[in-house]
Design a protein. Structure first.
Length: 385
């Protein structure tokens, strides 16, 4: 379905309710509307800038579209200057829109399921990463809870999200987040963890404070089936559960969690961790439907504002349709990473007072149900009322 052909499907009044009531004052407050030449006010400015988020939307094309829609009278140069000064406003509008996301029943017991990950963005002629997008993705709403843009130096760590995560969150991440400081930061924020890691990238201890070496850990994993044993972080008092099994290629897949076995039985770990795939689908859709993977500039003054316009456009489309942004489903090869029967060793006796004070799940069974993936990807347009 072409974007131009569905333009009339999205009425501005449907999207307007997810944005601040006084867009004019909001635009002034965030420095995007210091003068009104060529544009009547904040609402017209926001609508014009949203057009920049459309795929293949050059400044010349957006200038023409805004003029034809009666939104603004700006040439490409004037639009460029408006976009340069709108990064803060577009970012805050995106965060404001996310507050309207409904909480779907996608939980594990009493815990909200969230996934953290990042993706790289590159501009024309790039030989490396130009921008990084770091996301906390809420599986309940099917929308990001929090997004940060950084340059190529922005690394993956749960410490980045310590102020966003909290009590009641069960956060999942891939091996990029399996580091001691990040895991500790997430745990100290009150969140629970289920993170994939590699033993050679983290220092885990036995109950007697001896380090568990990668060779010792791998020797415990059977050729088929799953092994579980306790481990400790140096700056976290409670025992963690390490769960390992071999994938079809014989490589050991390690996961670590602070959830007790009655909250997260070992035979259900694979099913739960497989839901992390939703954030990969989120990134894929951003890049395929909204051309987020093809930045018009590598690190110019409009690069970051352009990304926020894309994200705001996508969020409004999902909120209007009351749908998840990414479809449900997990590739078979992902869900088969942890297989087989269980061999268990009892968790050590060392207990954490901090853990005792944290909320406990009433059930170890997932409450949400997987939905059928949508074959027809939803497109986004906010042009004409």
């Amino acid at each position: 379905m072409g974007l131009e052909s569905v333009c009339s499907d999205w009425e501005w009044r449907a999207a307007r309710r997810f944005l601040p009531f006084d867009l004019d004052g909001f635009a002034v407050e965030h420095g995007a509307l210091t003068r009104r030449r060529g544009v009547e006010g904040g609402e017209a400015l926001v609508r014009s800038l949203l057009l920049c988020g459309l795929p293949k939307a050059s400044l010349s094309r957006v200038s023409l579209m805004a003029r034809e829609a009666g939104l603004a009278s700006m040439n490409a140069t004037a639009l460029f200057k408006r976009l340069c000064g709108a990064e803060e406003m577009l970012r805050e509008l995106f965060m404001h829109a996310l507050r309207h996301a409904a909480d779907r029943e996608e939980r594990w017991g009493d815990y909200r399921l969230v996934v953290v990950d990042g993706t790289t963005l590159c501009g024309p002629g790039a030989t490396g990463t130009d921008q990084r997008l770091h996301v906390v993705y809420d599986l309940g709403s099917g929308l990001p809870r929090w997004v940060e843009q950084t340059g190529p130096e922005g690394g993956e760590s749960l410490r980045r999200y310590a102020g966003v995560l909290g009590s009641g969150d069960l956060v999942m991440g891939d091996t990029g987040y399996g580091h001691a400081r990040g895991l500790s930061a997430a745990l100290h924020s009150g969140a629970h963890i289920l993170v994939r890691f590699e033993f050679f990238l983290i220092r885990l201890l036995e109950e007697n404070d001896l380090k568990i070496t990668p060779e010792e850990a791998e020797a415990r994993v059977p050729a088929t089936g799953t092994v579980e044993f306790p481990a400790f972080l140096e700056n976290w008092p409670g025992p963690l559960r390490v769960i390992g099994s071999r994938n079809p290629k014989g490589r050991v897949v390690w996961l670590i969690t602070d959830l007790a076995s009655d909250e997260l039985p070992v035979h259900q770990v694979r099913k739960l961790y497989g839901r992390r795939w939703q954030i990969e689908l989120f990134f894929k859709r951003l890049k395929s439907l909204l051309d987020l993977g093809e930045m018009p500039t590598r690190d110019g003054p409009t690069a970051r504002a352009w990304i926020w316009a894309k994200l705001l456009l996508a969020a409004l489309a999902v909120l209007i349709a009351d749908e998840r942004f990414s479809p449900w489903g997990c590739p078979a090869e992902q869900s088969e990473e942890l297989v087989g029967e269980v061999r268990m060793r009892p968790v050590g006796s060392r207990q954490s007072a901090a853990r005792a004070s944290r909320p406990q799940a009433t059930s170890g069974t997932a409450q949400g149900q997987a939905q059928t993936p949508r074959e027809d990807a939803q497109t986004v347009q906010l042009l004409e009322a």
